[in-house]
Design a protein around this ligand. Sequence first.
Ligand code: FAD
Length: 498
Amino acid sequence: MKNVIIIGAGPAGLTAAYQLLKKGKGEYKVTIIEADKQVGGISKTINYKGNRMDLGGHRFFTKEVEVKKIWKEILPLQITTINPDKKESVMLIRNRVSRIFYEDKFYDYPITINFKTIRNLGFFRTVFCGFSYLRYKIFPKVENNLEDFYINRFGKKLYSMFFCGYTEKVWGRKPKEISKDWGYQRVKGISISAVLKDYIKRIFKVEDKSKETSLIDKFYYPKYGPGQFYEEMSKKIKDMGGKIICNSTVIKINLNEKKINSLIYLKNNKEYTKKADIVISTMPIKDLLESFNKVDSHILNIASSLPYRDFITVGVLVPKLSIENTTKIKTLNNIIPDNWLYVQDNKVHLGRIQIFNNWSPYMVKNNEKTVWLGLEYFCNENDWLWSSSDEEIKNYACRELKKMKIIDQDVLDSCCIRVKKAYPAYFDSYKDIDKIKKYLNKIDNLYCIGRNGQHRYNNMDHSMLTAIKCADNILKNKKNKNNIWNVNVEKDYHEEEK
Ligand SMILES: Cc1cc2nc3c(=O)[nH]c(=O)nc-3n(C[C@H](O)[C@H](O)[C@H](O)COP(=O)(O)OP(=O)(O)OC[C@H]3O[C@@H](n4cnc5c(N)ncnc54)[C@H](O)[C@@H]3O)c2cc1C
C-alpha cells in the first residue's frame, strides 16, 4: 500500500482523501494531518452556544459536474427550501439575496443603474455616473491594474463610490496597487452591461446557463452550515479506512533531492515523524516552503513575502434589527431578506454583515426571537484590530452596528473569531508565483492543491476540483501536474495574460 499523507482537512484535503479511498481499490493508506481541532478548514462552521456561524457565509455553487456529483454523494438534496421533515443531513436550496448598504440605503449588488439606484443617488449624481460610464465605454483605459479594470466596466464615478474604498477595506491596498488579475479571477464578466443583460433576461424569464458566477441567485447550503458537509465527508473517509489526526501541525518536511521522504508534525508539544510515499499539501505555500529542510534561497524569499489578508468575524446575537424589510420577499419575523450585506460605506471599518437566519433557519437556536449576525472585518495579522482583545473587538463591532443604525439596543451575546490567511492576495511577490510553481513541480511526490495550497483565490468548488484532478493523476500515475494548477484559470483569463 502507498502511504499518502494529506496536509489539511479543509475541502481540498478531504476531497483528495475521499477520492483516493473511493477509487483506489485499497492501494492507498490515507492519513490527513490537520492543525485545527475540527475539519472543514476555512469552510468550517462554528457552533457558539447553539448558534452556528460560517467564517463568512459559504454558498455551494458550481459549474463543475464532478464537484456537484460529490456534493450529492455526501448530502442528499432537499427539494423544498425549508426542510419540513426531521431529516438532519440534507442540502437545502436557498435564494441568494445580497445588497449593498451605502449611506444608510440599500443598493443592488452588483451596482447597476436602475430606478432604485437613481432614487437613492438622486438625479444629478445618476446622470454624472451615466456619463462617466459612457466615457470609459467609448474610450477605455489601458488595463494595468484593478482600478483600470473597474473604471472600464463601471465608469469613474461609480468606481469611486462603490469599489475604491471597499477594495481597500478588503485588501488593505488601493486598487491601483493591485493586479488586474484579481478582477479577471473574481469579477470576471461582471459589468454594467452584464448586469443589464441579466435584468432583461429575468423580465422575459430567459434561462441563461452561462450566467456570471456573482449573479447566481440560488445556491445549495447544508441545513447546519458548510461544516456539516465536511463532517459528513470525514465520516465517510473514516468508514473507508482513512485516518484524520486533528490538533496536529506539520512543521517540517524532509526532502531528499526530488522527493519528500517524511514530515514532522507537532501534537501537544510533541514531535511525530511520518514517512510518506505521496504528500498532498493544502497548507499555505509560504508555510510549506518555510518548512522544507532545504530550499533554494531565491524561491524561499519569494514564498516568504507572498501576501495574505486575514479576517475577523464577530458573531452578534440581537433580539431584532432596526432596519425594516421593505422588499416583497417574505421572511420569518419580517427581517430583511439578505443573506449578507456589503458595507461599502467608508464611515465604518466593517466590510460585510451576514444574517445567518437567512442562510438556514437551523443555524439559529431561537430563530423566532433572535437574529444571529456575522460581522466581517478584513485585516492583517498583528494590525491594530488583530492586536486588540476579543472584548475590544466585540465592543467595536457593536458600536459600528449602532452607528449604521442597524441596531439601536444592546446585544444579547457575541463572540470573536480570527482567521489567519483567509485570502491569498495578488500583489507583491505574487508576480513571481510561476517560479514557485516550477520549483514545487520538480518534487515528484508532492501535489499542491486547494486555495492557499496553490495561492489562488479558489472557492470551495475549485479547491475540491484541484483535489479531484490530483487524485486522478495519482490513480493514473500521471506525472505532469499542469492540469491541477490549471483549475480556475479560465480561457479569457489566459488571453488577458498574454
Ligand atoms: C470569508 C470567506 C468567504 C468565503 N465564501 C465562500 C463561498 O461562499 N463559497 C465558496 O465556495 N467558497 C467560499 N470561500 C472559499 C473557501 O473557504 C475556500 O475555497 C476553501 O475553504 C479552501 O479549501 P482548502 O481545503 O483549499 O483550504 P482551507 O479551507 O484553508 O483548509 C486548509 C486546512 O489546512 C490546515 N493546515 C494549514 N496548515 C497546516 C499545517 N502546517 N499542518 C496541518 N494542517 C494545516 C488548516 O488548518 C485548514 O484546516 C470563502 C472564503 C472566505 C475566507
